[in-house]
Write a protein that binds this ligand. Structure first.
Ligand SMILES: Nc1ncnc2c1ncn2[C@@H]1O[C@H](COP(=O)(O)OP(=O)(O)OP(=O)(O)O)[C@@H](O)[C@H]1O
Ligand SMILES: [Mg+2]
Length: 212
């Protein structure tokens, strides 16, 4: 479902990553690993059409997102790709449930309160539906961001550094939940991280920057 070929990524035309390519089947789970600054976020965002591509192609479900115009790519991303951003991007004035339901607007779908509550419950947050983000622990906030990304069962679920600032217990829990939610939603999962604790949870690792 994901096919990446001979990708050159960079900013202002200056390459920061030459990536020979990768292929993932539907439902596969993969880790992008490597030291800080090696280009993990740049590559992960390229899978969502959010990084500037100098050359190469990224096909998601048979559609080459590098060939799309901006508006078409935005629509495609909303419909097929869920992203857990490193900074989470939760809206402080909205409740947990409202933050998750916001994903419906982004994907142009009808808000589905029952599905939002079900995903939050799967992530152990059924007691927190009406809480504001500021009243959550870091691990809980991370799980809200995961629920929002997985709400509409995206073909591709991407997460950037989902375990940063979590202790060992919360780290293992968040990774386990990401894998479980992706499996339940039928999503292909790609995580980018420099967190060595995550590695043991993945058989399929794309190592960047000379990382073994
Ligand atoms: N918006 C940008 N403009 C110019 N250069 C950028 C931009 N974003 C990232 N870079 C550069 O691209 C390279 C790769 O950055 P990237 O954020 O992909 O690394 P990373 O592997 O995710 O690092 P970290 O582990 O610290 O998150 C770095 O050298 C960085 O300085
Ligand atoms: Mg990064």
């Amino acid at each position: 479902m994901l096919q990446v070929s001979a990708l050159s990524l960079g900013y202002s035309g200056k390459s920061v990553l030459e990536f020979k390519g990768m292929q993932l089947a539907k439902g596969a789970q993969c880790l992008i690993a490597g030291p800080s600054g090696c280009g993990k976020t740049t590559l992960l965002y390229a899978l969502a059409g959010l990084s500037p591509v100098i050359s190469g192609s990224v096909s998601v479900e048979g559609a080459d997102i590098t060939k799309m115009g901006e508006a078409e790519r935005d629509r495609f991303r909303g419909a097929h790709i869920g992203i857990v951003y490193q900074g989470l991007h939760l809206i402080k004035s909205l409740t947990v449930l409202q933050n998750v339901m916001l994903a419906s607007y982004a994907s142009g779908q009808k808000a589905d309160r029952a599905r939002a509550a079900a995903v939050l419950s799967q992530l152990g947050l059924s007691e927190k539906l009406d809480s504001l983000p500021d009243a959550l622990s870091q691990g809980q906030a991370q799980r809200v961001a995961i629920a929002r990304a997985a709400l509409h069962k995206p073909a591709l679920l991407l997460a950037d550094e989902p375990t940063s600032s979590l202790d060992d217990g919360a780290c293992a829990k968040v990774i386990g939940l990401l894998k479980e939610v992706a499996k339940e939603a039928g999503s292909t999962l790609v995580i980018a991280t420099h967190d060595g604790r995550v590695r043991e949870h993945f058989a399929d690792v794309v190592a960047l920057g000379g990382a073994a």
